[in-house]
Ligand binder design. Structure first.
Ligand code: DQA
Length: 152
């Protein structure tokens, strides 16, 4: 099983970026935790981070083949990128959207999420643990053959 883990704009700065909001754990540390979790479960992970919307879309398009599930934190693109939403809708595999923060407890503009309607499910508000929960969800979705909920 292969799972692609995508992080969008500014998530490369985790650990340094607004630590009072996003914490002090770096993206590298989150990826190392995921790698260990995946290794124990016999799952292969690929990591990709970009600050560029087009690069993220290219990566999602390539993931239409050879990837069993996608985990994505689209960063601020969550709130306005219809192009990213459309790219997510082109995927056949399960997609878990992840957020470090509980966006519903934050500014009003963050409560408008355009990508979330194009994914299988969303996990947020648990800091780095959100990613581990997303990984477990993705593995279960692939092994269990999906969810009862539709992704229309
Ligand atoms: C975020 C939430 C977004 O609103 C924000 O723009 C981010 C990070 C999160 O993980 O909580 O970049 O996706």
């Amino acid at each position: 099983m292969k799972i692609l883990v995508i992080n969008g704009p500014n998530l490369n700065l985790l650990g340094k970026r607004e630590p009072h909001i996003y914490g002090t754990t770096t993206l590298e540390a989150i990826e190392a935790q995921l790698q260990e979790e995946a290794r124990l479960r016999g799952v292969a992970l690929e990591f990709f981070q970009s600050n560029h919307e087009g690069a993220l879309i290219d990566k999602l398009q390539a993931a239409r083949e050879g990837v069993d599930a996608v985990i994505i934190n689209p960063g601020a693109l969550t709130h306005y990128s219809l192009a990213l939403r459309d790219a997510l809708l082109c995927l056949q595999c399960p997609v878990v959207e992840v957020h470090l923060t509980n966006v519903y407890r934050r500014e009003e503009f963050r409560q408008h999420m355009v990508t979330t309607g194009a994914v299988t499910g969303v996990i947020g508000g648990f800091g780095p643990l959100s990613y581990r929960l997303a990984l477990l969800a993705a593995i279960e979705l692939v092994r269990g053959g999906g969810t009862n909920c539709s992704r229309a």
